[in-house]
Design a protein. Structure first.
Length: 368
């Protein structure tokens, strides 16, 4: 099969597309993939690193308020459609998969206009602007939460498919995760990550926590700062600490997130949909700190669903401080029975066969 993947801006839109591509290649090594994204989005770095051919189009997102910038956005959208049509005519895909973020607007729209089968994947319980727009053109809208089907009444067909990142992460090697951190197998690892771009509040808490980490015995901490915060956080931690902290691994970004996740005992995280799909697939206990800056506060809704199932604790950003977080981590780690309960509850929410459900849909669409 020849498949065009598109979606981006942030990791939460990119990794589901990559996971679908991986699944198709695994099922049939002759699969040919092309990813269409933007130069500015994280996809321009992540996708080539995954050995998937990448082409960029120039496009910006709509402002929610009426503005002159939106006129320019419409013009860029039309240009994007023209460029997408050219790329699609050259590549001749059997189907196009869009995973959200404004870049997939012109690509999926162009494909629909050319009569190429299209599938849109929505990761969140409350859909984004681009996917809402595309729903009426796509042949299939795949949702990650059963309850979000109701937002896509105009779609030709909706499928409850989960998030394919869940499948992808289950293939990760735990030992490789420990080895990449230079740690022996079965070390206790606490991973702290503020989504694919990092978050200021997470970095502030990391700086406050760093000098206190020694209070927890035999625990290794992995702090993922996000690329833009790395330098400042490293400097600040140096300033507030007496010397190097041997059990702290400070990194800007993890290219092997599934492996490190598999090696972790507890995760402190934002509650983006793809991250949660990965954590639940692995049965990973977590402390979730939802981003307050997302459409319809959807990260808090995401976090609440894990908390109510007993898989996670939630800390709101306005309550967050380094000492409070360390206290919560310590309490959970000391309570082995609680950890086990959280693992079981998380696993129950996981949907590990998501990538194969989506691959099945694409094969069915091609045959039609
Ligand atoms: C601020 C914002 O707009 N957030 C949205 C964005 O989040 P964001 O892009 O942070 O998305 P998620 O948390 O859903 O997913 C992050 C993805 O990046 C990966 N990763 C992250 C850090 C790292 O160092 N290495 C790495 O590989 C994770 O494993 C995961 O696959 O998209 C999600 C899915 O549409 C939404 O639910 C979020 O609300």
């Amino acid at each position: 099969m020849r498949i065009v993947l598109t979606g981006g801006g942030t990791g939460g839109h990119i990794y589901p597309a990559v996971a679908v591509g991986r699944q198709l290649t695994q099922e049939d090594p002759a699969t040919k993939l092309l990813y269409i994204g933007t130069k500015k989005g994280l996809e321009s770095r992540i996708v080539p690193e995954q050995d998937i051919p990448f082409e960029a189009i120039d496009i910006t997102g709509f402002r929610r308020k009426l503005s002159f910038e939106n006129v320019r956005t419409v013009l860029r959208f039309l240009q994007g459609v023209r460029r997408s049509k050219k790329l699609l005519r050259e590549f001749k895909p059997d189907a196009v998969v869009g995973t959200g973020g404004y870049v997939c607007g012109p690509v999926v729209y162009a494909a629909a206009k050319l009569g190429i089968p299209t599938l849109v994947h929505e990761q969140n319980a409350i859909p984004g602007l681009t996917n809402r727009f595309l729903a009426r053109y796509a042949d299939v809208v795949a949702v990650s939460f059963k309850e979000s089907e109701r937002h896509f009444e105009r779609a030709k067909r909706t499928v409850y498919a989960g998030n394919p990142c869940a499948t992808h992460v289950l293939r990760a090697s735990r030992s490789k995760g420990f080895a990449s951190l230079g740690l022996p197998d079965n070390s206790t690892v606490v991973l702290m990550v503020g989504g694919s771009r990092g978050a200021r509040a997470f970095n502030e808490a990391m700086i406050e926590m760093a000098p206190l980490l020694g209070r927890l015995k035999d625990v290794q901490f992995v702090f993922v700062t996000g690329e833009i915060y790395y330098e400042r956080t490293t400097e600040q931690i140096k300033k507030v600490s007496a010397g190097p902290i041997p059990y702290l691994h400070l990194v800007p970004y993890l290219n092997n997130m599934p492996e490190v996740l598999a090696a972790s005992t507890l995760v402190v995280s934002r509650s983006g949909a793809s991250s949660l799909a990965e954590m639940t697939a692995l049965g990973m206990p977590s402390i979730l700190i939802p981003s307050p800056n997302v459409t319809n506060n959807h990260q808090e809704a995401n976090a609440r669903s894990l908390m109510e199932a007993g898989a996670a604790e939630m800390v709101l950003e306005r309550e967050l401080s380094g000492p409070l977080l360390l206290e919560r981590i310590d309490t959970i780690l000391k309570d082995k029975a609680r950890l086990q309960k959280m693992r079981t509850a998380a696993k129950r929410l996981g949907m590990p066969d998501s990538a194969s459900i989506l691959a099945g849909e694409l094969k069915r669409m091609k045959r039609k």
